[in-house]
Write a protein that binds this ligand. Structure first.
Ligand SMILES: [Zn+2]
Ligand SMILES: [Zn+2]
Length: 139
């Protein structure tokens, strides 16, 4: 189900859904921009381009190019000078959602949580044991 909303780009009224966050006209614009960037990067000599160079050459704004990269419509595997910001701290990264520092930070937090929940389960189990022992003693 969508809801009527104003397009964040051109302010036109449109039916907003999860997948469609800008109006039809702006989607067409985005598609055109994608084509432009895609064609530009298909040329071997342009593969070394940085983000700002692409913006200069194609006229497509950085934000939009980053969006294409995040959507994996533009694969940066063969584009050594392209990167996008870590979703947590903004450091430039080339794969995944987070930079290495954030990854290990997040992993640390998850490990910590796992440890806590393991402890919690242990506590629960020992409670059950006590309860069980108590029951058998009395029956
Ligand atoms: Zn629009
Ligand atoms: Zn980070």
């Amino acid at each position: 189900m969508g809801e009527l909303a104003n397009c964040p780009k051109c302010n036109a009224l449109f039916l907003k859904t999860k997948l469609q966050t800008v109006c039809q006209a702006c989607i067409k614009e985005e598609e055109k921009s994608f084509e432009t960037v895609y064609k530009f990067l298909r040329k071997q000599e342009n593969r070394q381009s940085t983000l700002s160079r692409i913006t200069e050459e194609t006229g497509v704004e950085e934000e939009l190019i980053l969006k294409f990269i995040r959507q994996k419509r533009i694969q940066i595997t063969h584009l050594p000078n392209l990167a996008y910001p870590c979703e947590r701290c903004g450091t430039s990264i080339r794969e995944g959602k987070f930079c290495k520092a954030c990854q290990s930070d997040i992993k640390g937090q998850i490990d910590h949580l796992n440890q806590e929940s393991a402890l919690e389960t242990e506590r629960e189990n020992s409670k059950k044991d006590t309860y069980y022992a108590y029951n058998t003693k009395n029956s």
